[in-house]
Design a protein around this ligand. Structure first.
Ligand code: OFO
Length: 161
C-alpha cells in the first residue's frame, strides 16, 4: 500500500498534469484565433498528451491502493502574441514539471517506495523529451524572429506533428 506522503505528492502531480493540459489547450485556442493552425495543432496534440500523463498517474494510484483526489485547476494565461512567447512559456513549464517529478522521486527514495521509483522512470525520460522538443521550437522561433514568411514556414512545420 502506497504511503500517505507519496499519495499526497502524486495527487498534487495529477493536478499539475491537468493544469499542463489546460495550459496547452489555452495556447492552442490562442493560435486558432490567430489562424496559425500549425502551432494550434501542435499544442492541441500536447494537450491530449498531458491528459494522458494525468491518467497514467491516476491508473498507478489505483493499482497501488491509493486514493485519487481531484483538485481545482488554475486558469491559465489567455494570450500569447507569438509562437516564440508561447514556446518560451512551454519550455519553462516543462522545466518546472521535471523538477516536480524529481522531487517525487526523491521522496519515494527516502520512503523506500520502490514501485513508485520504478513507475516514475517513465516520466523522467518523458520530461527529457518534452524539454528538448519545446526548447528546439524556442530556438527556431528565435531564429525566425518577426519575418512573416519564416513564421508561415515554422507554422507549417508545427502542423507536421
Ligand atoms: Fe508536459 O509533461 Fe506532463 O506535464
Amino acid at each position: 500500500m502506497i504511503k500517505e506522503s507519496v499519495q499526497k505528492a502524486i495527487n498534487e502531480q495529477i493536478n499539475k498534469e491537468f493544469y499542463s493540459a489546460f495550459l496547452y489547450l489555452a495556447m492552442a485556442e490562442n493560435f486558432e484565433a490567430m489562424n496559425l493552425k500549425g502551432a494550434a495543432h501542435w499544442l492541441f496534440t500536447q494537450y491530449k498528451e498531458e491528459l494522458g500523463h494525468a491518467e497514467k498517474f491516476m491508473e498507478y494510484m489505483n493499482e497501488v491502493g491509493g486514493r485519487v483526489e481531484l483538485k481545482a485547476i488554475d486558469a491559465p494565461k489567455r494570450e500569447w502574441k507569438s509562437i516564440l512567447e508561447a514556446f518560451e512559456d512551454a519550455y519553462k513549464h516543462e522545466v518546472f514539471i521535471s523538477e516536480s517529478i524529481h522531487k517525487i522521486m526523491d521522496l519515494a527514495t527516502r520512503e523506500n517506495d520502490f514501485p513508485t521509483q520504478n513507475f516514475l522512470q517513465w516520466f523522467i525520460s518523458e520530461q527529457v523529451e518534452e524539454e528538448e522538443q519545446t526548447l528546439a521550437i524556442v530556438q527556431k522561433a528565435r531564429l525566425v524572429g518577426e519575418q512573416g514568411y519564416a513564421i508561415y514556414m515554422l507554422d507549417r512545420e508545427l502542423a507536421q506533428r
